[in-house]
Every structure is written in structure tokens, then in C-alpha cells.
Design a protein around this ligand. Structure first.
Ligand code: AMP
Ligand code: MG
Length: 331
């Protein structure tokens, strides 16, 4: 009996049939004996081991049963889940579309990664960061080219991008200075709020809607770590909600500070930290380097962001601290 046999066969007591993996059990058969445990006979066969009923038989319903809920709404469809859906006969399921997120870095003097910045120029690291963070959050990124501090060009580029955006993210150009183009242009629309959030890094922020479909837009501060932390706090949870995830927020853990450091009064500090395994289960928390908002080196080493509340101005060695675990970046 090879696999794929579609006709029924029937055995009576004392009969065997040679059967291959995946073939249907003949009627009346109760067990399968591995061929290695027989003498390999064809007309007559001797079995060298007992064959308890049910041995090596895959029963219908032994995996999942009729009526079982095999995946709940909000489940992420990875390879295992798609295999299961296929196995239970579902070739189509309703899903949340991946949100399409347009990233647009603004600022005169930005150059593409790989190009040597000249005097007064800065490499656009935010573009890469936003693109990767969008993918990591479960959405589809679309990275636009760099836009200089030119209000007309910025507005045109943004308007053109709206057709393919469920959400827009623009790092840069929201500080209080002149030539802060994003703020300058979007302020006049009246649909985008600009203000300060009591956190460090990432104080200047903007959020609102633009265009005929009222597409949501997050305008992030331009400093690379400010942009990253702002994306973490505000944009990532929104993307995950739009994508249908049940839990939009990062995993929170209680850790123990392995060193002391200071924090600003009146602002929530989000400090870059490495986590170190400890015997009592709570991770040890050590700053991963300098905490300036331009210092990507320490961000790249961080496993977590420590959330130091606004009213705390100093963390002492041994203090309990709350951390947001940056799972995907853990080594
Ligand atoms: P802005 O918010 O545009 O005034 O920028 C604040 C700081 O962030 C400046 O020092 C910029 O050089 C830097 N910056 C702005 N945009 C980017 C970017 N796309 N990549 C890296 N650094 C940036
Ligand atoms: Mg500026």
C-alpha cells in the first residue's frame, strides 16, 4: 500500500499488508509494525516484536479536532501558523493589511549613507532607522529621498507620498529654529499639533493628519537617538495597533541598577542600557554608553530602554528600575 491509495482494503485476522508511511490504514487493521522488526517476508511474514493496537497509527483528530479554535484573531501568521492553516484546509483567512509607512528625512546638508559627508554635512542615519523600525514593527516601509529645508519641495514631496501611505513619519525639522521646515509648513495647515513632551531624549514632537484622507503623520525630532526613542514611544505602538497586534507595547521588566546615574527633573528619562543576567531573575541594568541624543554607538549596544520617572533625578546602584526590552536587538 503506497501513500496516495484511494481505494479501501480490508484485512481479516491473521493477515498483514505491507504499508508505506502516509498510506491509509486498511479496514480491520489495528497497528503498524516497522519493516525492520519483521523478516521482510512477502507471502508470509514473521513479526519479531509485539504490535500493540494503535502503534504507529496517526488518528484523525489527534493533532487538532473539529471545532477547535486553532488560531485566535490577532495571531501573527508565521511559517508554523500558515502550515497549520493549510493543514486544516484554509487557503484563505482574513488578515490585517500591513500598514504602509512612508519615511521622509528632512534637512539641508543630509547625505545618503555611503557618501562621504563634506564640511557641514551629516549622513542620513534616520532614514535607515525608520525603514528598519517600520519593518520590525510589522509594516511595509517606503523610504523617500532626502528633502532639503525648502518648504515648497517638502510640501510637494509629502503630497505626492500620501497616495501610498497609511502613515507618514518625518524625522527632523521640528525644533524651535529657523529653517525647521516640517514645523514651518505643517503649522500653517492647522491639522498638526507641535509641542514638547516631558521626556529625554525626544522632547520636540508633532502629530496630526495631512491630505484629503487625513493621513496620520508623526514628525519626530532629528537627532538620531531622539528619533529612535520617539519612534519607540509613539509610532511603533500605533503601527502595531494598525497591523492588528493585540499587544502594541514592548515587554516591560523590573531590573536592578548596576550603577548610579542622574536623570533630568520633570522629564521621563529613557536611558539606553545593557541587561545582564542575575541569579534572582531580575536583570542587571548597566548604561550602554553616553546618553547624548546624537550618540548612536550606545543605542546600538542597548538591549533595553530604562524608564526613569519624571520625579526621579538620580538612580542609585541597587535601585529597582523599569525597562522596556528591545527584543529584536538582543544579542
Ligand atoms: P533638526 O531636528 O532637523 O533640527 O535636527 C537636529 C539634529 O539632528 C541636527 O544636529 C541634525 O544634524 C541631526 N539630524 C537631522 N536629521 C538627521 C538625519 N536624517 N540623520 C542624522 N542626523 C540628523
Ligand atoms: Mg534644525
Amino acid at each position: 500500500m503506497p501513500a496516495g491509495v484511494t481505494s479501501q482494503t480490508r484485512l481479516v485476522a491473521g493477515q498483514t499488508v505491507r504499508i508505506m508511511t502516509g498510506a491509509p490504514m486498511p479496514e480491520g487493521a489495528e497497528a503498524v509494525v516497522p519493516v525492520e522488526q519483521s523478516d521482510g517476508g512477502v507471502h508470509e511474514v514473521q513479526l519479531r516484536a509485539p504490535a500493540p493496537a494503535g502503534q504507529h497509527v496517526r488518528r484523525a483528530g489527534a493533532d487538532v479536532r473539529t471545532g477547535d479554535v486553532v488560531l485566535r484573531a490577532g495571531a501573527v501568521l508565521g511559517p508554523a501558523q500558515l502550515a497549520l492553516l493549510a493543514a486544516v484546509g484554509r487557503s484563505r483567512v482574513r488578515v490585517h493589511a500591513r500598514p504602509r509607512v512612508v519615511g521622509l528625512s528632512t534637512g539641508s546638508g543630509l547625505v545618503e549613507p555611503g557618501r562621504l559627508p563634506g564640511f557641514g554635512q551629516v549622513v542620513d542615519s534616520n532614514g535607515m532607522m525608520v525603514t528598519a523600525a517600520v519593518i520590525d514593527a510589522g509594516a511595509s516601509p517606503h523610504r523617500l529621498g532626502l528633502v532639503a529645508d525648502d518648504p515648497a519641495v517638502f510640501l510637494q514631496t509629502l503630497t505626492d507620498a500620501l497616495a501610498r501611505a497609511d502613515l507618514v513619519v518625518t524625522p527632523g525639522g521640528v525644533s524651535a529654529g529657523a529653517y525647521d521646515t516640517v514645523k514651518e509648513v505643517l503649522s500653517t495647515l492647522g491639522t498638526v499639533w507641535f509641542g514638547k513632551v516631558a521626556m529625554q531624549p525626544g522632547m520636540p514632537q508633532g502629530f496630526g493628519t495631512v491630505g484629503p484622507a487625513a493621513t496620520p503623520i508623526f514628525t519626530l525630532p532629528g537627532n538620531p537617538v531622539s528619533a529612535f526613542v520617539s519612534f519607540e514611544m509613539f509610532v511603533r505602538p500605533v503601527i502595531r495597533r494598525l497591523a492588528g497586534h493585540r499587544e502594541p507595547h514592548r515587554r516591560r521588566e523590573t531590573g536592578v541598577a548596576l550603577q548610579s546615574w542622574t536623570a533630568p527633573a520633570g522629564k521621563v528619562q529613557l536611558a539606553r542600557a545593557e541587561l545582564v543576567a542575575r541569579s534572582d531573575g531580575r536583570p542587571g541594568v548597566r548604561l550602554s554608553g553616553g546618553q547624548g541624543s546624537h550618540q548612536l554607538g550606545s543605542l546600538a549596544l542597548a538591549d533595553a530602554l530604562v524608564v526613569v520617572p519624571a520625579d526621579v533625578t538620580a538612580v542609585a546602584e541597587g535601585d529597582e528600575v523599569q525597562v522596556l526590552v528591545l527584543d529584536r536587538w538582543r544579542r
